[in-house]
Design a binder for this molecule. Structure first.
Ligand SMILES: [Zn+2]
Ligand SMILES: [Zn+2]
Length: 135
């Protein structure tokens, strides 16, 4: 599905600003507000941080984007995908997706703790392939 269709499906107008944010996230996978500002500035030099933030928030509310919470890192954003964990390189800071069935883990944790668990934020501190081979 194209980004235009995704926005339409969620009753949001496919504005160039929103499309640009989606393009950036598609290309880079995960990005902070500042990253997104940096990349969108190339196309829209007059776009303010607050405008970008507003657009991100609208797409977060609709579930098109998700917040990625990582320990010791600024909040990142990504295009919403199926549940997955994150691999964070402790050397270069790269964030990669790692597909894992977090549902199974969630159920196990609920059984063990008797708590109602709403969601899981799973991240692994790693040294990525590139950093490993650079040694
Ligand atoms: Zn690395
Ligand atoms: Zn991700």
């Amino acid at each position: 599905m194209s980004h235009v269709d995704v926005l339409k499906l969620h009753e949001l107008k496919a504005t160039p600003q929103r499309l640009c944010v989606l393009d950036v996230l598609e290309k880079y996978g995960h990005a902070t507000l500042e990253d997104i500002e940096k990349y969108t500035k190339v196309k829209f030099s007059t776009l303010s941080l607050s405008t970008i933030y507003r657009n991100i928030n609208e797409m977060l509310k609709k579930g098109i984007l998700s917040e990625v919470k990582l320990a010791n890192k600024k909040d990142h954003y990504e295009i919403t995908k199926a549940n997955h964990a994150h691999l964070v390189c402790i050397q270069c800071g790269k964030i990669e997706d790692f597909t894992i069935n977090t549902q199974e883990l969630l159920q196990k944790a609920e059984t063990l703790t008797c708590n109602k668990i709403y969601n899981i934020t799973l991240s692994f501190n790693t040294i990525c392939k590139e950093c490993l081979s650079a040694k």
